[in-house]
Every structure is written in C-alpha cells, then in structure tokens.
Ligand binder design. Sequence first.
Ligand code: SF4
Length: 85
Amino acid sequence: MSQPYFIMEYEVKIHPLNAKGKYYVDCDSCLDHCCYDVFPAYFKWDEDSCSTYVFKQPETPQEEAECKEAMEYCPVEAIRDDGKI
Ligand code: SF4
C-alpha cells in the first residue's frame, strides 16, 4: 500500500530592500545575520525585519562563485538564486 504524502505550498517573501537580480533572501526563513558576517560584500542585516537581504548582486564570475558559496553556507537554504533579473 502506498503511503500518503503532502505537498506544502509556500510563498517566498523577498526583502523589499533586496537589490534587483537573481539572488535574494527569503525573509521568513532567515534566522540571523550569519551570512552578513561572512559575506559582507553582498548581504546586509535589517534590524526592523530581522532578516538579511542582498544589497549587491554579483557582477563577475568570482562574485557569482562567492554568492553560490553563501547559498551553500546558509543553514536553512534561505538564500536563493531564482529571482527576477
Ligand atoms: S546564512 Fe541564511 S539564515 Fe543566516 S543570515 Fe544568511 S540568509 Fe539568513
């Protein structure tokens, strides 16, 4: 007998200060300001919303690699790279 499964619908909330581009932080998933500490060239902490946001999108292959590294660094997968460009 097959097991029932459930698919949850989840609406991602992009921070309003997020720089336009494909990288963003899901505000509702973000826990603290750890990526701001490790990757300060791309992320800033917003005290009011208790969330980090992307303030600079990558422009070079090196910066792209650093943003990918930040995605892997995030413990809750709150950093995404499928935003509108
Ligand atoms: S690493 Fe993830 S949880 Fe931590 S501040 Fe960045 S987006 Fe938020």
